[in-house]
Design a protein around this ligand. Structure first.
Ligand code: UD1
Ligand code: CA
Length: 459
């Protein structure tokens, strides 16, 4: 079988995005758009993959960290033909088929790419590309066919003659070329068009004129091969990709109550029998265990949630690990670097930062727990605050197993509360409390009998 190499075009600026960010860096369901075509083509196990970078090259390279990729650089963005010519510098000596992908066609699937290569080989083609029929062809190159229906060229939007504008078949920007043909003809491209660019698409007419075998594989689903040139198209692509991600999760055993109001990034993992209520956002490198409940309007970023845990409404969790059978929220906020162990309960209006809370501990209401290590089976009363910051430095609070912290307590760090110790409500604790001790720091309560009557009568 012929060898296969791949070129991913990611050198353009994406002017129509009106952005300081190169187009392929714009995120789609949490992942830079330019990564999608690469991930789709990988299962084809190509011999070489060349990523063509140009505009903002350094940052674009960073989204392709995997080994075995080759980068080619395009100094000036002179068009897709020029881009492929630059990429071919890295395919010197390669003989076989070259699959060219556009970094801005992110919804393309492995199945379609496989079908394209297979079709190309079966037809013994020199050049095969994907086309599709759309209702609104504006913006795309139009496929020209002769009287016999053979593909004879592609005309770019900017170069269309009036009568060609209504042609419904468009070029999707995904091609397989015979490497010899590509090498011989890239150098013959000219910029005699309205954009003064080297068009890769001119090779289609050249192949036809040379009587080489060229054809289009017409895809039935325009959505899968849509290109993203503007932020309007970006939002359409986002919606389609989101739908795909949610469908896959549902088929794997996750209940998603309202898929049109659920936002889950590419790569987020959710275990079976977990229920996701409306308005939930799961972002980044998040993993959710089995049989969890994620209630309405929860946002979880880069975090792990263990099996059987419930995250109640309006909770925000960032860069944290939560164990099994825990209950968090409603209205809780877990800031980065929290470790919440099994069966912990964090209730409403509790903020936790950079803290480790061990098994079975409860902090059910209105607290700030920062830079703390809190043992097992601890009870944190309402209104407890770890005073972790002295204006210059952060300090740690240590609360050992079984301690009871009364309501409205301030723990002025650094401070340690011993095992099974009790802190009386309303205390400000500045010194360590030994194991098993009671500590409280509040003025003794006074009761002055008959005071009100005397006060009102003016005596
Ligand atoms: C291209 C096709 C058009 C097709 C459409 C499908 C050409 C001339 N036209 O148009 O027929 O219908 O895709 O989506 O190929 N790039 C570079 N360097 C450059 C120019 C572009 O790397 O100098 C990259 C871009 O980053 C992008 C891809 O090539 O990933 C396509 O470029 P773009 O300018 O978006 O082409 P379209 O105008 O959409
Ligand atoms: Ca494009």
């Amino acid at each position: 079988m012929k060898a296969l190499s791949v070129i991913v075009l990611a050198g353009g600026k994406g002017k129509r995005m009106r952005s300081g960010l190169a187009k392929v860096l714009h995120p789609l369901c949490g992942m830079p758009m330019g990564r999608y075509p690469l991930l789709s083509v990988k299962p084809l196990r190509p011999e070489r993959i060349v990523i063509l970078v140009g505009h903002d090259a350094e940052r674009v390279r960073e989204i392709f960290p995997e080994p075995n990729l080759v980068f080619a650089h395009q100094r000036f963005q002179l068009g897709t033909g020029h881009a492929v010519a630059c990429a071919m510098e890295e395919l010197k000596g390669f003989k076989g088929d070259v699959l060219v992908l556009s970094g801005d066609v992110p919804l393309i699937t492995t199945t379609t790419l496989r079908a394209l290569v297979k079709f190309h080989r079966r037809e013994k083609n020199t050049l095969t590309f994907i086309s599709t029929i759309v209702e609104e062809p504006t913006g795309y190159g139009r496929v020209l066919r002769d009287e016999e229906g053979r593909v004879c060229g592609v005309v770019e939007e900017a170069d269309l003659k009036e009568h060609e504008k209504a042609l419904p078949e468009i070029n999707a920007g995904i091609y397989v070329f015979d490497s010899e043909f590509l090498r011989e003809n890239l150098g013959r491209l000219e910029r005699l068009n309205s954009q003064e660019e080297y068009y890769l698409t001119d090779l289609i007419q050249m192949a036809f004129e040379q009587n080489a075998r060229v054809s289009a594989l017409t895809h039935h689903d325009p959505a899968e091969v849509m290109g993203v040139n503007t932020r309007v198209e970006l939002s359409e692509a986002e919606k389609l990709m989101q739908k795909r991600i949610l469908k896959e999760l549902m088929l794997s055993g996750v209940t998603i109550k309202d898929p049109s109001n659920t936002y889950i990034d590419y790569g987020v993992k959710v275990g079976r029998d977990t229920v996701i209520q409306p308005g939930v956002c799961l972002y980044g490198r998040t993993t959710i265990g089995r049989a969890c409940i994620i209630e309405e309007w929860v946002k979880i970023t880069d975090s792990h949630i263990g099996d059987g845990t419930i995250i109640k409404s309006f909770t925000v969790i960032e860069d944290s690990r939560i164990g099994r059978s825990a209950s968090i929220g409603p209205f809780a906020r877990l800031r980065p670097e929290c470790r919440i162990d099994n069966s912990v309960r964090i209730g409403n209006f509790v903020e936790v930062k950079k803290s480790h809370i061990k098994e079975g501990t409860k902090a059910n209401h209105h607290s700030y727990l920062g830079d703390a290590t809190i043992g097992r089976g601890v009870n944190i009363g309402a209104g407890t605050i770890t005073c972790n910051y002295d204006g210059r430095k952060k300090h740690r609070t240590i609360i050992k197993d079984g301690a009871f912290i009364g309501s409205d307590t301030q723990l002025v760090a650094p401070v340690t509360i011993g095992k099974n110790a009790y802190i009386g409500a309303g205390s400000t604790i500045t010194r360590d409390v030994p194991d098993g001790a009671l500590s409280l720091s509040r003025p003794e309560q006074k009761v002055i009998k008959g005071w009100v009557k005397r006060h009102l009568s003016g005596r």
